[in-house]
Design a protein around this ligand. Sequence first.
Ligand SMILES: *Cc1c(COP(=O)(O)O)cnc(C)c1O
Length: 393
Amino acid sequence: MNIKAIDKKYVLPTYARADVEFIKGENATLFDVDGKKYIDFTSGIGVVSVGHGNKRVADALCKQVSAITHISNLYYIEPQALAAQKVVEASGYDMQCFFGNSGAEANEGAIKIARKHGERDGEIKRYKIITLNHSFHGRTITTVKATGQESMHNYFGPFPDGFVYADGIEEIESLLDDHTAGVMIELIQGEGGVEPQDKEKVQKLAKLLKEKEIPLIIDEVQTGCYRVGEFTASQAYGIEPEIITLAKGVGGGVPVGIVMTTLKNVLSAGDHGSTFGGNYLSSRAVCEVVDILNERKASGDLEITSLLFNNALESFYKKYEDIFIQKVGFGMMCGLRVKDADTLTNIINAARQNGVMVLKAGRNTLRFLPPLTITKEEIDEGFEALSRAVSSL
Ligand SMILES: *Cc1c(COP(=O)(O)O)cnc(C)c1O
């Protein structure tokens, strides 16, 4: 049996897989089983931030796993402490970290911190979490409920109570009450369609929540770890949230989720935990990825790459203004709105056939999340392939 048949027979059908099987990657270049080459403008949905097959990450992980991979959180774990230090220092915030294994899990941790913090005076139980419509916060029962999209709430109920959805940042104020434990938002909605929030509105909200002592949770699972130019999008927006969650790009391909917070004394021993979270393997990956990207930030390479990518995307957009209506995004989290949403799947399929991988977001957005290390040659080759794809339709 070939791999597709085995997958169909033994793996639950929760994904609509495209007909391609990759076996090797080098930075932003992928190779499939037939040796065909592709440029990767997806980085595995914003995960492979330092490129496929990154030598420094591979060497650090090989060295780590041949020494020790896992011992549980009952003991000190050197790379976990160092990863926390690196992440906190890169953010510039006065925070501490908890390590889990995914974005959803990081958001679960954030909600637990906000809710326990909300019970601080005992008298009023603050439990409500306000999130935005068109948001995406994960696939666990709680984070599905936190996600403000009706289509995600069709099955799986009853859900935990206390999630309230706002139509936009400006509607949040009117929804705050004595029971509000926290507000959780993405600064640039990813799955919702590469939708950046307005900076002034976000700053106003952050200020209001500080006055009311309601924690602001920023879901940076997609925007974090230099995706938008700064270590966190929160820094780019000039705000100081109480809680930030990270996942996707921060492990460079190794599963990791981090919740970091200024509320250091809310959780006590026993309140939260994870068997795998922050083990030697995943936290070593975080150390190496953050080091690599810190260096690229300091040298200016990160900004150059972002400029090159955005210039190439802009020229591509100008060339096909009959198909696309708007270029959107922030840093290396970019999108093109497609005039006719029905053509989006055709574009993505034609792109793959022509040797470039791109993503969908929301209803009508072609999404680009390239590795932050993508080279000029890879960018040019990718957009040439994308031009061929779009011209072929
Ligand atoms: C991907 C994503 C998540 C969920 O992360 P998982 O690792 O799939 O659990 C949560 N929030 C945002 C903003 C995301 O982009």
